[in-house]
Design a protein around this ligand. Sequence first.
Ligand code: NAD
Length: 438
Amino acid sequence: MKIAIVGTGYVGLVTGTCFSDLGVDVTCVDVNEQKIADLKKGIIPIYEPGLDELVHKNIKAGRLHFETKLEAVLDQVEVVFSAVGTPPGEGGAADLRYVLEVARQVGRTMNDYKLLVTKSTVPVGTAQKVKAAIQEELDLRGVQIPFDVASNPEFLKEGDAINDFSKPNRIVVGVESDRARTLMEKLYHPFTLNGHPVIYMDIPSAEMTKYAANAMLATRISFMNDIANLCELTGADVNMVRRGIGTDERIGSKFLYAGCGYGGSCFPKDVQALIQTGLEHGHPLRVLQAVEAVNEDQKEVVFKKLSHYFEGALSGKTIAVWGLSFKPNTDDMRVAPSLRIIPMLLAAGCKVRAFDPVAHEEARRELGDTIYYASDIYDAAEGASAILMLTEWKDFRMPHWAEVKRRVKHPLVIDGRNIYDKELLHNEGFAHIGIGTK
Ligand code: NAD
């Protein structure tokens, strides 16, 4: 089977590479010429564990190709996946311009049946717009060519994307014709063989499923952050509360960690887009409005704790930041809490020494040379009045505290991800401030 994937970002590149690893002949298309030129040379534009090897393996096997123009491959494929970005547009609604541009490209150049599958996260009703855009182009050409659209939202997590793609909890496919369903069944056959459920449904339900999933996860995070803040005021400890409720099978233990707020390329924009869909339909999503408001406040909590500790006297202090990416195992800096906290530190007159295992290059695009990029956590701690732990990289879990203590000016750790044991840190001579902990 031959497919094309348009948009070679986190989702497109991982999806294309993993399909090619299953024996599918895949061409990944992207308008970013530099990205495609690099990929052709085997240079991977993102950090994602395991991706590098898999891309090289499948390029070598002749099953994974890269192109800048969809026209160059469209005649050779029956199925086209669209995995282009859907950034927040006006008022937070998803900006569909890239999704619709792909649809138009298909309509302009197709010569026989095509199935256009939207993998990007798109609001309910987008498939109808995609269909209309293809039909409009066909009408302009004065031709009648059959086509289908489908929705196949992606649930991979950055940092564990290959694993998520290969062993998915479920695959959701929205279709409205037997022909489209048969093609999708063929493509996902290896997954059903391995017992991974493929759930077929109508297209609006598939589109909504993706938003509902991300909204539910974001809700759990904001709920726990809200409880954490109340724990601080009442003398409870959120880590105990988490364990106490997470053992309830109806609740489950995942996604119950208090911290410095969710970021990344998905949760913030998807929550906003779903809120917008609600408003467009005269049904304000009050729970999600609160989820977003809590998260916005939570991103400032670490800074507020620091400022409170030093009674507002931050000017001239050196602050170490451990972790820049929005979560571990990725260099993705989109909407990372560090991008909210660091400008606040700089505005307060602090000098920032930051370390992240992989995100320096991405961070530099946003922060330029306003901060010092340290060579490791110890270098970041040099002369610091406080260490702010913002991303729970595994490498940060067991620092050599005596060495850290030797380097810092003042032994204070503000643990934005609650990964350190307070007692252990006290024994090492550090003050420890967590989120919602005693
Ligand atoms: P990305 O920004 O990393 O990649 C998008 C790519 O599309 C870019 O390389 C861009 O150059 C390319 N592009 C834009 N218009 C194009 C066109 N007309 N033709 C060819 N290429 C074009 O985005 P991403 O993080 O991979 O996300 C893609 C979609 O998947 C979004 O809707 C996102 O919400 C969703 N999603 C993302 C994740 C994630 O973890 N990143 C997970 C699940 C779903």
